[in-house]
Design a protein around this ligand. Sequence first.
Ligand code: ATP
Ligand code: MG
Length: 388
Amino acid sequence: MKEILLIKLGEIVLKGLNRKAFEDKLIKNIRRRLAKIGKFTVRCSQSTITVTPVTDDEDIDEAAECVSKIFGIAAFSRACTVEKDMDKIKQAAAEYLKDIFDTASTFKVEAKRSDKKFPYKSPEICNELGGWLLEKFPEMTVDVHNPDVTVTVEIRDFAAYIRAGAIRGAGGIPVGTGGKACVLISGGIDSPVASYMMAKRGLELTAVHFASPPYTSERAEEKVKELLEKVSDYSGRIKMITVPFTEIQESIRDNCREEYFTIIMRRFMMQIAERLALMNDCQALITGESLGQVASQTVGAMVCTDSVCNIPVFRPLIGMDKEEIIEISRKIGTFEISVQPYEDCCTVFTPKHPRTRPVLEKVIAEQNKTDCGSLIERAINNVRVTVI
Ligand code: ATP
Ligand code: MG
């Protein structure tokens, strides 16, 4: 029996004139993601996208798992396809629903007939199929108000589809329809979640990671790659840029007052990230900061870091509690990786008493004790790029 996926569009349906562009982008994203799994045809008609395996060898379970992580999809269902013939529909339904009916006791049948040439009208399809299923599964009863299983039969252009229940999609809007942004990614819990959240709103991601060998290890960088791989299940391809940060951190340590170490380091990060963002057609930065979480995430500290940036800085976690962030990180599969104990450059040379209310002028004066311009230039000239 041939199984396909029927995909219902998410928020895209609210788009007016842009709708076609959003739909096209979504279809492109689905095609690209499924290409890694096998051969599928992806077509859109009457607001529904169908994913059809080209051969019997394609893995529809894997395709369903993949589709569940593509943004722009509100819901999808697995369906069996059958010729538009009432007897064949009945036979196929009985076979296809066997397993699902095993764990249920009530059902109802709904019919959608977009092919008006089909000889049965929708209520007649419901009656015919409902009666037949009751005969085949005598332990089942019909409940039209609150059924365990809703069986839907759709009579469309090329075939009839039988499905039972829908699976919730990833929501959001298709990646790429909102432009590009550059996320500052560490090995922690927060920044992968921030990446996921902004990709969900349609942004294509470039990731910037600061590494300070030998204070941070190669394994720490591998961890970041693993995190981005998880994020890319949702966001699609991510370009990762690794910036050498040792020289800058040592220069801060040697030249600046200790209580300003972190804030100055963060200003360097933002300055470099902004430059790299612009070089990569990104229009905004993303960080995993949450207000008050640590000394460098107070309003005052953010005033000092934002003042080096001319492009918007998105902080999707700003009003979230750690517990709420962890819940998402578990859902997207990054939590287990994030909690592995590898050092981040943020934990190198941390001051004992960081300033929580830094004064911008003083911070600037301290930072200027380093050779900012050429340090930044050298860091940017020595980045490494990996595609995830
Ligand atoms: P996370 O869990 O994302 O590491 P955090 O709570 O540990 O966040 P900080 O270490 O203060 O917070 O970092 C705040 C934000 O700064 C991170 O969410 C991330 O966006 C960015 N950041 C921190 N370290 C790095 C790094 N090594 N490379 C790139 N960005 C970083
Ligand atoms: Mg961190």
